[in-house]
Design a protein around this ligand. Structure first.
Ligand code: BGC
Length: 447
């Protein structure tokens, strides 16, 4: 990544009063204490040789299960309004599992930090399968159990994290758990997760919840050239990454042609899937340059896309890249959000950026500061362009188990020494803390 000098004191435009500033994590990536819960598909996947880049597992991870008090103190020091974390379904299924989230929520409330709870972030209990419709129904029951226990203190809920990635990486390409390579036969996995989302919204509403969203991963799909073959390929990519997951939730229909690939009574299910949400969560990392197939594999942020796909991913030239090889394109966030506003109009509820961040090593992480600074400015441009954005969450609080990359990629504002579990705030932690302080000054920051 570029190492241009970056401002050490955040001088960013003022966001509206009440704008929610936060950080995000997920259960499987930080909790550890694997022996105190049932196994998930990720435990089995990680145990298979060659699946995880450094051969690691999340059995201990950041040991957050035992060190959550220290981690809440780090959140308090950062001064965030909100903390997005996920509850582990396998832990909730285990005796005493919910007690942990009880303690965590109490600790957050005592620190004045709003808990924002994700109900599924990829760690499906082993034995369940998103190819089965029943998994959606079981998820709704799981949601009812969680909201019954935590709903007196938790106001904000996220049904699912990134069903697109879980479908694509986990079930189409097989590079995430459960490791299936179904290609387009993975579409029912998307449908059942979307159905699970709708059923979860109903379960949450039935329990009185009034602040419900979903966290979908989205990004602009840029054609490799103006040639028709490339624009068509980019259109298809946009359909699969963006519209497949946003259209059913926001418009109550699948984009053209996709409904026929879905199982069951799709029309009836779409009514459930389109249960109104209170806000729409967007996880943004980068746009994708997409071209027509070239009869050969292509490479995308460390993932090999097989030649058989109807598109290839190309390099975005002349931009910095993170150590994961992801392009750094902040204006893609403005473009994405304004395009969503244009595409969905008044069907788009207020937007919250539920994840944004980058990987990179070192405690003096200027690249991360530059990334966050530029993306928060890009977000402000979307706000000025009239997109109703209500919050922004950095991914992530801690360095953690980065799925198939193991511990090789560090996304945290706080460095974790995985041998000693020592936490050390990075320069970006202090930068974000100062940004939040400046945003709260009555006159607002300038910049
Ligand atoms: C996921 C996180 C992940 C992050 C960085 C998102 O796709 O929700 O779990 O760690 O991206 O790869």
């Amino acid at each position: 990544m570029a190492t241009d000098p970056v401002p050490r004191t955040p001088r960013l435009p003022a966001f509206p009063p009440g704008f929610l500033w936060g950080v995000s994590t997920s259960a499987h990536q930080i909790e550890g204490a694997a022996e105190e819960r049932e196994p998930s598909v990720w435990d089995r996947f990680s145990a298979e040789p060659g699946r995880i880049r450094d051969g690691s597992t999340a059995a201990v991870a950041c040991d957050h299960y035992h060190r959550y008090r220290e981690d809440v103190a780090l959140l308090a020091g950062l001064g965030v309004d909100a903390y997005r974390f996920s509850v582990s379904w396998p832990r909730v299924n285990s005796p005493g599992g919910l007690d942990f989230y009880d303690r965590l929520v109490d600790e957050l409330c005592a620190a004045g930090i709003r808990p924002v709870v994700t109900l599924f972030h990829w760690d499906l209990p082993l034995g369940l399968d998103w190819l089965e419709r029943e998994t959606a129904e079981r998820f709704a029951r799981h949601v009812s159990v969680v909201v019954e226990r935590l709903g007196d203190r938790v106001r904000s809920w996220i049904t699912l994290n990134e069903p697109a990635e879980h479908t694509l990486l986990g079930h189409a390409l097989g590079v995430h758990a459960p490791g299936r390579q179904l290609m387009f036969d993975a579409l029912p996995v998307a449908h059942h997760q979307l159905l699970a989302h709708g059923l979860a919204v109903r379960a949450l509403r039935a329990a009185g919840a009034a602040d419900i969203g979903i966290a979908n991963s989205h990004g602009p799909a840029w054609p490799a050239s103006p040639e028709q073959a490339d624009t068509e390929a980019a259109g298809l990519y946009d359909l699969l990454l963006n519209r497949l997951f946003a259209d059913p939730v926001l418009l109550g229909r699948y984009p053209e042609g996709l409904g026929e690939s879905m199982p069951g009574d799709v029309e009836a299910d779409l009514k459930v899937i389109a249960e109104p949400v209170d806000w729409y969560g967007v996880n943004y990392y980068a746009p994708t340059r997409v071209g027509a197939p070239r009869g050969a594999d292509s490479e995308f942020g460390g993932v090999t896309l097989p030649a058989g796909l109807p598109f290839t991913v190309r390099q975005i030239e002349d931009v910095p890249v993170t150590d994961s090889g992801w392009p750094v394109v902040p204006e893609g966030l403005t473009e994405l959000l304004t395009a969503f506003r244009d595409r969905y109009g008044d069907r788009l509820p207020p937007v919250v950026v539920t994840e944004n961040g980058c990987s990179g090593d070192g405690l003096d992480d200027r690249e991360r500061i530059a990334y966050l600074d530029a993306h928060i400015r890009a977000l402000h441009r979307a706000l000025r362009a009239g997109v109703d954005v209500r919050g922004y969450f950095v991914w992530s609080l801690l360095d953690n188990f980065e799925w198939a990359e193991g511990y090789a990629r560090r996304f945290g504002l706080v460095h974790v020494d995985f041998a000693t579990q020592r936490r050390t705030p990075k320069a970006s932690y202090r930068w974000y803390r100062d940004l939040l302080r400046a945003q709260r000054q009555p006159a607002g920051p300038t910049g």
